[in-house]
Design a protein around this ligand. Sequence first.
Ligand SMILES: NC(=O)c1ccc[n+]([C@@H]2O[C@H](COP(=O)([O-])OP(=O)(O)OC[C@H]3O[C@@H](n4cnc5c(N)ncnc54)[C@H](OP(=O)(O)O)[C@@H]3O)[C@@H](O)[C@H]2O)c1
Length: 265
Amino acid sequence: MSSLQNKVIWITGASSGIGEALVYECAKHNAKIILSARRESELIRVSKTANLNASDFFILPFDLSDTTNAKELTQQVISKFGRIDILINNGGQSQRAEAIETSTETERTLFEINYFSAVNLSKAVLPFMLKNKSGKIVVISSIAGKFGFYLRSSYSAAKHALHGYFESLRLEVEKKGVSVLLVCPGKVKTNVSLNAISSSGDSHNKMDESHEHAMSAQECAQQIITGILNEKEEILIGGKELLAVKIKRFLPKLFGKIIRKQSPY
Ligand SMILES: NC(=O)c1ccc[n+]([C@@H]2O[C@H](COP(=O)([O-])OP(=O)(O)OC[C@H]3O[C@@H](n4cnc5c(N)ncnc54)[C@H](OP(=O)(O)O)[C@@H]3O)[C@@H](O)[C@H]2O)c1
């Protein structure tokens, strides 16, 4: 992809963190942006900060925990811009609760938000992309999609599931002009730990030490845009924590020792 100029880009989780930073980066590239998340007031704030022209953005609030209306949402985007070039499935919620304390209801919610929303939205936009023989689906996974970790059983499982689904989808649609990019951030300084679901079902409400000093959301968003422009299939973004992915692959016994010593926070 040579440029994002005038590309229609739908970003979920656009009200905060990595999604918010992606809005600012896409705005710099003069893209047309659909901003989605639950909090409409925050989406309006982001659109104002990005200084977008009225004709270049569309605010479409909805809850990722129920995307059975994905086709209707997509139709609203098509009515506004006539096409969708890039869908960025970024919105998500983490977990800070032991598996034994996590209710089935919470496990299902984490799967709806982190897995089924990406599947449902992607399936809704695909017919339009396939008709145009062009399009890109970006999925924000995590290094938790590469290995399990303390207090993140269902979150990590949902992120792992994204890889199985979207690697399969890629094989099916790439010859028809649609590409898939899987992004695995390590630690990025956002509200992800504050917003993570706890064993009570409420927000964890604490900033993890490891996120406090992590890469900025802006740097992460810039690397995602570079990955999109360079037609990457999968990218890892973060600091030294990314080494764990390579160690697990090449030295699994050492990985087992190292991962057990890490703080959950
Ligand atoms: N930060 C990291 O270190 C890190 C590492 C690996 C992966 N990730 C992934 O990066 C993505 C973005 O997270 P972030 O770090 O930017 O966290 P964040 O600051 O907490 O942002 C999360 C975004 O998702 C939206 N969201 C959450 N639950 C939603 C729901 N039920 N319905 C609709 N929107 C919802 C939030 O908007 P509303 O609250 O307005 O709905 C917000 O815009 C997530 O998929 C996360 O798993 C982050």
